[in-house]
Design a protein around this ligand. Structure first.
Ligand code: AHM
Ligand code: MG
Length: 315
C-alpha cells in the first residue's frame, strides 16, 4: 500500500510543497471526522452570519474554515490564504512561498440531507501575487466526503486518488485517473433552463433527443448539487458538468468561483485528459480580476466539451 507521503516523494522534490499538500490532507482528514458526527455534536444548521458572497454560512462552513486555517497557520510555507469564507486574503507567513485558495466546504446546502460535500484547494506560488491564472497552479485537489473520503490530487503529472483509512492515513487507490473521452451523461441544473443562453439550450436539446437526434446517442442526466460529487463522478466515469453564464448570473460573471472552485477542478480534469472551458477559452487561461471572481464553468469529457464549444462558436 502506498501512502500519500510516499506518493508525494515520487511526484516532487519540493519538500515545502509536499508539506502544504500534507497540511491540506490532514485538515481534510480531521474534517471527515467532524462531518461524520456533526448531527450528534449539534453542529448542523446555520452559523447566523453571511459570507462575502452574501450567502448564509452554515455552522460547518465556519468550522471547516477554522480547521483549514489552523493547519495552514502551523505550516510556515503558506504566505496567504484565500477562502470562500473569508472576505479578504489572509496573510499567514511573511516568508511563505505559497498561496492556498480554498473552498473549505463546498456544497454545504447538502449537509442537512447527508449528501456528499467536499473541500477544494489550489496551490499557487506566492511570487505571482493574488491574481494568477489557473495555468500557474503548482498543485490542486479536492476531497469528496462520501461513503468513503476520497482525496483527488494532481501536482503537474497524473491525477491520483487516495482513500482515507480508519487510522486517518490517505492510501493511494488510483494512480492515473483518466476522464473517458466520450460519455453519455451530463450534469446541469435544468431548473434554470429559462435563463440559459442559446449554446446551453442547444447542447442539452441535442443530448435529450437521443439516438436519432444530432448527438446520435442516448444521455442520462445527473445533478448532485455538490460540485465535488458531480466532478468526482465525471473524473471516474466521464460526463460533462455545466454551470454556464445565464441571464440571471450574467451580472455576476457566473455562479461558481474562479480561484477556489473552477481553477482547481479544471487543473484536475485537464490533467486527467478532459477539457475545461468558459464556452470561449480554457478556464485555466482566464485572467482573474478579484479573489472571489465568478466564472462560467464547463468541464469534462473531451467529446462533450467540444460539442458545447461548437455551439458557442456559432456566435
Ligand atoms: P457553495 O460553494 O456555496 O456550496 O456553492 C457551490 C455549489 C456547487 O457545489 C454546486 O455545483 C452548485 O453550487 C449548485 O448550484 P444549484 O443550487 O444551482 O444547484
Ligand atoms: Mg463552493
Amino acid at each position: 500500500m502506498t501512502t500519500l507521503a510516499q506518493w508525494l516523494t515520487t511526484e516532487t522534490e519540493d519538500a515545502a510543497l509536499r508539506g502544504v499538500i500534507g497540511s491540506m490532507a490532514a485538515a481534510s482528514a480531521e474534517l471527515a471526522g467532524v462531518l461524520r458526527q456533526a448531527p450528534i455534536a449539534g453542529q448542523t444548521g446555520l452559523a447566523g452570519a453571511t459570507n462575502v458572497q452574501g450567502e448564509a454560512q452554515k455552522a460547518l462552513d465556519v468550522i471547516s474554515n477554522d480547521i483549514v486555517l489552523r493547519h495552514l497557520k502551523a505550516d510556515n510555507a503558506v504566505a496567504v490564504l484565500i477562502s470562500e469564507e473569508l472576505d479578504e486574503a489572509l496573510t499567514l507567513s511573511e516568508t511563505g512561498k505559497y498561496i492556498v485558495a480554498t473552498d473549505p466546504l463546498d456544497g454545504s446546502s447538502n449537509l442537512d440531507v447527508n449528501v456528499t460535500v467536499g473541500t477544494i484547494f489550489s496551490i499557487l506560488p506566492s511570487a505571482g501575487g493574488l491574481l494568477q491564472k489557473g495555468r500557474a497552479q503548482l498543485a490542486a485537489g479536492y476531497v469528496a466526503y462520501g461513503p468513503a473520503a476520497s482525496l483527488v490530487l494532481r501536482i503537474a503529472g497524473d491525477v491520483a486518488v487516495f482513500t482515507l483509512d480508519p487510522a486517518g492515513a490517505w492510501i493511494v487507490t488510483a494512480t492515473a485517473a483518466k476522464v473517458p473521452e466520450a460519455s453519455g451523461e451530463f450534469a446541469i441544473n435544468t431548473a434554470r433552463e429559462r435563463f440559459w443562453d442559446e449554446a446551453t439550450t442547444g447542447y442539452v436539446r441535442d443530448s435529450v433527443a437521443g439516438e436519432t437526434g444530432p448527438a446520435g446517442k442516448r444521455y442520462n442526466m445527473r445533478w448532485v448539487g455538490s460540485m465535488v460529487a458531480d466532478i468526482h463522478r465525471i473524473l471516474m466515469r466521464g460526463g460533462i458538468f455545466l454551470y454556464p453564464l445565464d441571464s440571471e448570473t450574467v451580472s455576476k460573471g457566473g455562479r461558481l468561483r474562479l480561484l477556489y472552485e473552477a481553477n482547481p477542478m479544471s487543473w484536475l480534469v485537464e490533467g486527467a485528459g478532459g477539457l475545461s472551458t468558459t464556452g470561449h477559452q480554457s478556464i485555466l487561461d482566464v485572467e482573474p480580476t478579484g479573489i472571489h471572481q465568478r466564472v462560467p464553468v464547463i468541464l469534462g469529457s473531451t467529446e462533450e466539451v467540444r460539442r458545447v464549444e461548437k455551439w458557442y462558436a456559432r456566435g
